[in-house]
Ligand binder design. Structure first.
Ligand code: RFL
Ligand code: PHB
Length: 395
């Protein structure tokens, strides 16, 4: 079969790209190696920058986000005995929205399918061929076991960190910059009303803890754990006790409830550049990963895809190469800004391992940073403009 843009991956990046292209009359086909049910159930991000909300709104996929999402005008930073609020609106004039990535994905799949988008679910053996020529191809085995081939003008690699797109780019062309953190996040989704009006990020001698939410009756919470921990050794009781201890503050109580999901995620910063090789363009987690502490992963994916979609439309509809040629360099500017912010937030809020020879020094740096960022107007503004994604304009 033939299409204008072959999209590998039906996560937020691939779905949004197909939506942007369709709005400008450009045809695409998506191939996804998981089942639709699996993609619809995957639980991930929850915080959306105002600029990302604007992009989703502009492309007609944010109606439910505007009805059900929660606008947050600030965030709490905490350490034992103290909880401080950073007011985003006062500091930088912007807010963020709390609305699950699971819901964004669901909304986009519904809209794309209603629009007639071709999505191959449950494929295997995806491979990208001849991306450095004028005739790239994506081959795969479909859900029925038939071999398929898509000839396209361009290929968009939107297949996340473990996908095949990035690996298609020869090692000799790619530069990887990476940091693997000596801790992981244990996350739970729980059927209980949030115990807070805004997100809490807490540093505690037992490790980091954080309280987020999905709705007025579903909470999302995280604990710093050792990267080798297995979820089986964390009973609900153990998790709630750890959360209550690490987030304890006088006059406040953490409500607990049945867990709907729990999992452990390793943490890394990873950037592979360039984001283009010939007619193959990478977007989102396929090209870069950030630790979740700054809530940047999904937002970076949305910013990449807005930029890539606009550039592809400009080339395909108007014959202009200018935006496509600048895509990688321009996208990487925001990638590095968010990589820095996520690394900074992560370093400020997680307990260094007992084995770190610099542990006592690092702890002192963390407390100094936390006190500074919660008292200096300039430092608060820095956090607020990075957290809300307002340092750089959206493309
Ligand atoms: P995704 O979502 O990984 O989607 C890639 C899709 O490609 C498919 N795929 C393939 N398809 C075909 N052939 C192959 N060979 C394929 N290999 C893979 C996959 O099945 C999948 O459907 O990447 P995308 O679209 O770039 O989106 C990125 C975001 O999902 C990610 O950055 C965020 O979830 C990160 N993240 C957060 N980001 C935020 O902005 N705010 C947050 O609050 C936030 N919290 C989080 C997070 C990620 C987390 N985890 C589990 C990694 C919290 C957690 C716990
Ligand atoms: C979430 O709601 O899942 C979430 C919120 C903020 C983060 C990371 C994850 O920094």
């Amino acid at each position: 079969m033939r299409t204008q843009v072959a999209i590998v991956g039906s996560g937020p990046s691939g779905l949004l790209l197909s939506q942007i292209l369709a709005k400008h009359g450009v045809e695409s086909v998506i191939v996804e190696n998981r089942s639709k049910d699996y993609v619809l159930a995957r639980i991930r991000a929850g915080v959306i920058e105002h600029g990302a909300v604007d992009v989703l709104t502009q492309y007609g996929v944010a109606d439910r986000l505007h009805r059900e999402g929660m606008r947050h005008d600030g965030v709490y930073l905490q350490w034992p005995g103290e909880r401080h609020r950073i007011d985003f609106v006062e500091s930088c004039g912007h807010s963020v929205w709390v609305y699950g990535q699971t819901e964004i994905t669901k909304d986009m799949i519904e809209i794309r399918e209603a629009d007639g988008q071709q999505i191959f679910w449950d494929v295997s053996d995806t491979a990208i061929h001849d991306a450095d020529t004028d005739h790239p191809r994506v081959t795969f085995v479909d859900a029925d076991g038939s071999q398929q081939s898509i000839e396209a003008d361009y290929v968009a690699g939107c297949d996340g960190f473990h996908g095949v797109s990035r690996q298609t780019i020869p090692e000799s062309v790619r530069t990887v910059r990476e940091r693997v953190y000596p801790y992981a996040w244990l996350g739970i989704l729980a059927e209980v009303a949030p115990s807070t009006d805004e997100l809490i990020y807490a540093l505690h001698p037992d490790g980091f803890a954080m309280h987020s939410m999905r709705s007025d009756h579903v909470s999302r919470l995280y604990l710093q754990v050792h990267p080798d921990e297995v979820i089986e050794s964390w009973s609900d009781d153990r998790i709630w006790t750890a959360l209550s201890t690490r987030m304890a503050i006088d006059g406040w109580e953490l409500r607990s409830g049945p867990t709907l999901e729990k999992s452990i995620t390793p943490m890394r910063s990873f950037v592979s550049a360039p984001m283009r090789w010939g007619r193959l363009f990478l977007a989102g987690d396929a090209s870069h990963i950030v630790p979740p502490t700054g809530a940047k992963g999904l937002n970076l994916a949305i910013a990449d895809v807005k930029r890539l979609g606009t550039a592809l439309v400009s080339k395909i509809n108007d014959g202009s190469d200018a935006l496509l040629d600048r895509y990688s360099d321009d996208a990487l500017e925001r990638v590095w800004l968010s990589t820095h912010f996520s690394w900074w937030m992560t370093s400020m809020l997680h307990m260094p391992p007992d084995t770190d020879p610099d542990r006592e020094f690092l702890l002192q740096m963390q407390m100094t940073q936390l006190k500074y960022v919660t008292t200096s107007t300039a430092a608060m503004t820095g956090l607020a403009e990075n957290y809300t994604g307002s340092v750089l304009p959206y493309p």
